[in-house]
Design a protein around this ligand. Structure first.
Ligand code: G6P
Length: 496
């Protein structure tokens, strides 16, 4: 698979991600068809795809077995099939019941199963082989997220001619936690197959380089890692290589991801969306304050902490359900993983209790919606919301916070934002909170509800400037520029 014949039909830019950029649906004639997923990553990479000629390798979702590659809006779509057993062991198991909780600071206990690891290796190899077959000679391959951390290393072995980038969308944990992982060394070595490894925050990148020093003993300096090209002694033995020998440079640096800000503002300015926002407000009685939360139903998002704070404010009599309503959208996610099932039960029990205790006819205290919504509806909800609650216990970035800010061209609304979300690095004019501190969270919710209009506008204006400047285009450009730089440096070195 490493030959470079048929080069013409191969792609110069290849994205590898667990999910494809298209969703399957049934069209008007009852036929299965594909449409572009609403995600920001797709928007960010489309221009690059169009410029360079691109392919996207990914899994098409649970009921999409054995689909041949096809072209969608000019992008070469290469589906990778997963068997039912692999969905359980690679996706639900190792990705979402081992790595996900471990990388989010063990908010839920990670499960370590050797069978799941074996499946992770096998599926990562399948993605790497698909990339090796798809990429043209000297192409750039950009691998995404925790599900595919072994792909850079495997791909470098198959295709040393490629330039390989990796971006980790979720946090990278401190060494004290990361070191729990029985396969910690293999994963570090897998990632080091890349030329550039991107992280959300400075701390994620430095957690990674510390793990490199501790586990494989390679030299690191700031964002640089020097991977020895030849080793003199047994692999896995710390420092078991000749210092001062030839090395390959790997950049491990933060590149905070963002959103397509202009498209949110554009949507918010449409009469349809504004009418819908007014309708939502009217449906809730018109005059009161609306608190709003929207998350994938995930234990990292701090939905329980948010409900606890809101319930206590009602119990203390500091707010009244006629004046203050909470809308919580929780979109279904990873529903076959036990921790997610338990979380759903707990949240629904809590919502039921709050409504039972404090609701009145015509005034539910919490409007809980277990659905996903199209972007138009989300933007209408953002416009309707007086206070946006982002209370994540740990979150790589949290794009909801940025979407809310991008939407509020009216310079109104207050963002309550967890300092444990990457977004808090940039959005310092939000009301920053520690979601574990329930008293502090309650106080910030009250501050948000009572904040005078000029202060709301001042904070929103400053946050909007950040979100407008640092949009997702800037993110992908910054990453790809580093990748190009590293490709040029390698070429120069090879030419002597
Ligand atoms: C997070 C991860 C993504 C993942 C998404 C949805 O944002 O970083 O890699 O695709 O959640 O989760 P799912 O398991 O449905 O793909």
């Amino acid at each position: 698979t490493s030959g470079n014949n048929q080069n013409e039909s191969r792609d110069n830019f290849v994205v590898v991600a667990n999910r494809l950029p298209v969703d399957r649906y049934t069209d008007a004639d009852g036929q299965p068809a594909w449409r572009t997923s609403p995600g920001g990553l797709v928007t960010a990479l489309t221009p690059v795809m169009e410029r360079l000629g691109g392919a996207w390798i990914g899994w098409g979702g649970a009921d999409s077995e054995d689909i041949a590659p096809f072209v969608h809006n000019g992008t070469h779509i290469v589906p990778v099939a997963l068997s039912a057993e692999e969905i359980e062991s690679y996706y639900e198991g190792f990705s979402n019941d081992t790595l996900w909780p471990l990388y989010h600071d063990v908010i839920a206990p990670p499960t370590y199963h050797r069978e799941w690891w074996d499946s992770y290796v096998k599926v990562n190899r399948r993605f790497a082989e698909a990339a090796a077959e798809t990429a043209a000679n000297g192409a750039t391959v950009w691998v995404h997220d925790y599900q595919l951390q072994l792909v850079p290393g495997m791909l470098r072995e198959l295709r040393p001619d490629l330039t390989i980038g990796f971006f980790n969308h979720i946090p990278f944990p401190a060494y004290g936690l990361y070191s729990q992982l029985p396969w910690r060394t293999q994963i570090v070595e897998g990632l080091l197959g890349a030329d550039v490894i991107g992280f959300q925050r400075v701390a994620d990148a430095s957690n990674f380089t510390r793990s490199v020093r501790r586990l494989v003993g390679y030299e690191t300096k700031g964002t640089s890692v020097y991977v020895p090209l030849e080793s003199d002694s047994a692999p896995g033995q710390t420092g078991g290589y000749r210092r001062g020998g030839p090395t390959r440079h790997v950049l491990a640096k933060h590149f905070p991801i963002s959103i397509d800000s202009a498209s949110f503002e554009e949507l918010a300015r449409t009469p349809e969306v504004q009418a819908r926002a007014a309708e939502i407000r009217a449906d809730l009685g018109g005059s009161g304050k609306i608190l709003f939360g929207v998350d994938r139903l995930d234990y990292t998002k701090g939905i329980r902490h948010r409900l606890k704070a809101y319930g206590e404010l009602l119990a203390d009599g500091r707010i009244n359900p006629e004046d203050v309503t909470l809308i919580q959208v929780a979109s279904p996610s990873r529903e076959r993983v036990e921790t997610y099932r338990q979380l759903r039960d707990e949240i629904e029990l809590t919502v039921g209790r709050i409504n039972g205790d404090y609701g009145q006819i015509g005034h539910a205290a919490v409007h809980y919606l277990h659905h996903g919504y199209p972007r138009e509806e989300m933007v209408a909800l953002y416009l309707a919301a007086d206070v946006m609650l982002v209370t994540a216990l740990r979150d790589g970035m949290n794009l909801v916070a940025k979407e809310y800010v991008a939407t509020r061209f009216d310079l109104d609304g207050v963002l309550v934002l967890s300092e444990f979300a990457g977004a808090s690095d940039d959005l310092t004019q939000a009301l920053l909170i520690n979601p574990h501190d329930i008293e502090g969270l309650k106080a910030s919710i009250m501050t948000a509800i009572n904040m005078p209009k000029p202060e709301r506008a001042k904070r929103m204006r400053s946050m909007r400037k950040k979100v407008r400047e640092n949009d997702v285009e800037r993110w992908s450009t910054a990453f790809l520029t580093e990748l190009e730089r590293s490709a040029a440096a390698r070429l120069e070195e090879a030419q002597g």
